[in-house]
Ligand binder design. Structure first.
Ligand code: NAD
Length: 491
């Protein structure tokens, strides 16, 4: 049985769904454990078909009025929603560091401010979208971004608040209503988000949250033919299942998936800077889709680069994410620890050498040591597959052409990093097949910029105007400039 309130380190949160502006419990529930130490945080209501259907119905009922409100009147509601997130900042920090293992310091300084901006930025940006006029010789085209309808948003466990609001912001600003299915391993901040929405006065049904496992609750949601859009962030195998079902209903999907991004260090790179950035790839215990996990280093500078990087890695503090000084926290779940360990063990058995790490960290069973594996073959599992843990590989190259060939020789194409003289690095970055790539930097994510992947890393782009391209139905109202007379000879 679930209780009506769950208390985590002094922060109260509902374990129930949020449907049509009300908390709704389920008869069935699942256990939620903390990745920090596997302690039981509580039991969470598990969504059945009836909860999913009720949430989609509530979103459908709320849609006409929310859409008709217009961007200008939605903006103050979304600004209040952001303010209510700010008012609960410490609760969001506590919950996501306890259920997802995200560093408390990163939650406070990075994630919570970004979650607020995800709402205010898109609320503001939506104001400029109404009725753009396109003038041609023949006509004025009033190009409208009309709200699409009920939107399903499905998020992964590595950054639920950040990734949820990144989609909820533009979806609501565009005039859509939302059913959010948060990750079953880290659902708590999505529940608190519903409290913030409620306190901000979001009309009932505009945002709904249904919790539960992907194979049941998630699958029931994507199968609902009343959806107008599905926006998903997660793994490739899940995306294939969702795309198959959405294809059957002809519902447009945005799919933000995994990565195996290259981190290229050219011979003219600032090695110390490159090494400091490479150590950042262990952030969030490597559970970051856009991390550059394949270090590709010019062989003339490889030894110096590794020595510099070792200096940074040795100083990394692995430990409890709630402590201010911690830089690398836990892996989300024992199953994920086993998965990471399996990748590393098989790579070592196949001849790889661990330059550092290679095993579970002494801090505890949920913590994996920052690892760098070399002597790895391009076609090996460890180079080709996403590990989603603090595990990087190192390969060397002798020419620019070889660097680009290695960078592109994987099925993924999400991100990338390239360090070198800026013109040189930009030229190499242009040749890498990827959705985005940082030159002499990492992690700059402007909300105005497009985000998404190529190849198996995803379909579609979100961010800035690209979010609205996806979340809206674009309509052209054509008004002729000269009086129009019907004629069969007209082209
Ligand atoms: P996952 O695919 O297992 O789960 C993601 C979400 O989908 C969860 O909420 C899950 O419950 C749900 N789900 C699972 N099966 C479903 C189904 N059949 N129908 C509907 N929903 C279903 O991914 P994960 O393990 O939670 O997250 C890690 C993955 O996410 C990694 O591959 C990572 O690279 C990727 N990711 C990508 C980005 C990006 O922006 N490209 C960002 C973060 C994470």
């Amino acid at each position: 049985m679930t209780t009506d309130t769950l208390s985590v380190a002094g922060t109260d949160v509902s374990p129930h769904h949020y449907i049509g502006g009300r908390r709704v419990p389920s008869a069935t529930s699942f256990e939620l454990h903390s990745p920090i130490d596997q302690r039981l945080l509580g039991r969470i209501s598990a969504g059945l078909d009836e909860h999913v259907q009720a949430a989609v119905s509530a979103a459908r009922d709320a849609f006409p009025a929310w859409a008709a409100l217009g961007a200008a009147k939605r903006k103050p509601v979304l600004d209040r929603f952001a303010a209510e997130i700010g008012a609960r900042a410490s609760g969001f920090c506590i919950l996501e560091s306890n259920d997802a293992g995200v560093l408390l310091s990163r939650m406070r300084h990075g994630v919570v401010p970004r979650a607020m901006l995800n709402l205010t930025y898109f609320a503001e940006h939506a104001l400029g979208l109404q009725n753009r006029a396109l003038e041609t010789d023949q006509a004025t085209h009033l190009v409208r971004h009309d709200p699409a309808g009920v939107t399903a948003i499905i998020t992964p466990w590595n950054a639920p608040l950040m990734l949820g609001t990144w989609k909820i912001g533009p979806a609501l600003a565009a005039g859509n209503t939302v059913v959010l299915k948060p990750p079953e391993w880290a659902p708590l901040t999505s529940s608190l988000l519903a409290d913030a929405a409620h306190a901000a006065g979001l009309p009932p049904g505009v945002l709904n949250v249904v919790q539960g496992a992907g194979a049941t609750t998630g699958a029931a949601l994507v199968a609902d033919a009343r959806l107008a859009r599905i926006s998903f962030t997660g793994s490739v195998p899940t995306a294939r299942q969702i795309a198959r079902v959405a294809g059957g209903n002809l519902v447009p999907c945005s799919l933000e998936l995994g990565g195996k991004s290259p981190f290229i260090v050219l011979e003219d790179a600032d090695l110390d800077n490159a090494a400091a950035t490479a150590a950042l790839m262990y952030r969030n215990a490597g559970q970051v889709c856009l991390a550059g996990t394949r270090l590709l280093v010019h062989r003339g500078v490889a030894l110096a680069f590794v020595a510099a990087m070792r200096g940074y890695v040795e100083k990394l503090r692995v430990g409890d994410p709630r402590e201010e000084a911690t830089e690398v926290g836990p892996i989300i779940h024992p199953r994920q620890v086993e998965r990471v360990k399996g990748f590393v063990d098989r790579a070592l058995a196949a001849g790889a050498t661990a330059l550092w790490g290679g095993a579970v960290h002494p801090f505890g069973a949920q913590y994996f040591a920052p690892t760098l594996l070399t002597d790895v073959k391009q076609d090996s599992e460890i180079v080709q597959n996403e590990v989603f843990g603090p595990v990087l590989t190192l390969q060397t190259f002798a020419s620019d052409a070889e660097a680009v060939a290695l960078a592109n020789d994987v099925d993924y194409g999400l991100g990338g990093v390239c360090y070198g003289e800026v013109g040189h690095a930009t030229a190499i970055a242009s040749a890498v097949k990827t959705g985005f790539i940082w030159v002499n930097s990492f992690g700059i994510r402007d909300l105005a910029a497009p985000f998404g992947g190529c190849k198996r890393s995803g379909i579609g782009r979100e961010g800035g105007e690209w979010s609205f391209e996806f979340f809206c139905d674009i309509k052209d109202i054509v008004v002729p400039k000269k009086p129009f007379r019907a004629s069969f000879s007209q082209r």
